[in-house]
Write a protein of this length. Structure first.
Length: 259
């Protein structure tokens, strides 16, 4: 199967944890920077605190990106909020005042300025529909009237089934690591996903063709270099997650897909 021609318009650039190459990931500073460089779609991660609040954090612990330590799922929101989220190891003290935002705060910042992909982290998913991070996440999306501006994405198939049950009207996207075209299609069908997001190393003509024939949108992650974005263009991508959204957006504005 030959790949499709270069797509027009080019893929959406998804700001992965915000403008995370230049600001501490998943913080208001990172999201604000993503908006400043023109990102129309921002991805963020949610974990659940011990007292039931969805907070924007990638890891199950606060150890890597804050000045604290411990499992966020065993911490109260107040304990999480007491920490600096300035990611000192990468950014020194430049962003020491940043805090881990609640999902409500992050959506409030992005509301009306960008669409949002919310990644449901497996660490905060349970077998019961009502006890994991999915239910309060959906409740906040609905409270802010953002059901049509948000996609709920996850590697965790259980999470996506829960999201389909709780909020069938909200778009769902399935993330994949190592996978096959059959697994992608079967999982997407089962969870009613409109978007599939295999890792870029898994993209090939067969997978892209199957996804296209199924009527699904194909996205991937993480793409930080314009040359790589152009190399992936024949797969007809809907979007690419990037830690450097401004770099890719500038390359597209400069005619990357017209060369």
């Amino acid at each position: 199967m030959s790949p499709p021609p270069l797509v027009s318009p080019p893929p959406l650039v998804i700001a992965h944890r915000g403008d995370s190459a230049h600001r501490p990931e998943n913080t208001p500073a990172s999201f604000a920077s993503a908006l400043e460089v023109g990102a129309a779609l921002v991805e963020l991660d949610v974990q659940l605190t011990a007292d039931g609040h969805p907070v924007v954090l990638h890891d199950p612990t606060v150890d890597r990106t804050t000045n604290g330590w411990g499992d966020v799922r065993r911490m109260t929101l107040a304990e999480v909020k007491a920490l600096s989220a300035g990611y000192r190891e990468r950014f020194g003290d430049a962003y020491a005042g940043e805090r881990v935002p609640t999902l409500a705060e992050a959506l409030g910042l992005l509301h009306g300025r960008a669409r949002v992909m919310i990644e449901i982290k497996s660490d905060s998913v349970t077998d019961e529909v009502a006890s994991g991070v999915e239910a309060p996440t959906i409740a906040e999306v609905r409270r802010q009237g953002l059901a049509e501006q948000v996609a709920l994405i996850s590697f965790d198939h259980r999470a996506l089934l829960h999201c389909r049950e709780l909020a069938p009207e909200i778009t769902r996207g399935h993330l994949f690591g190592r996978t096959t075209a059959n697994e992608v299609i079967e999982a997407a069908r089962d969870a009613g996903c409109g978007i599939v997001m295999p890792h870029k190393s898994q993209l090939d003509d067969t997978l892209a063709g199957r996804v296209r024939d199924e009527g699904l949108k194909l996205a991937t992650w993480v793409v930080d270099e314009p040359t790589e974005l152009k190399r992936l263009a024949p797969f007809g991508l809907y979007g690419v997650g990037s830690n450097r959204p401004g770099v890719l957006l500038q390359a597209l504005a400069d005619g990357l897909f017209e060369e």
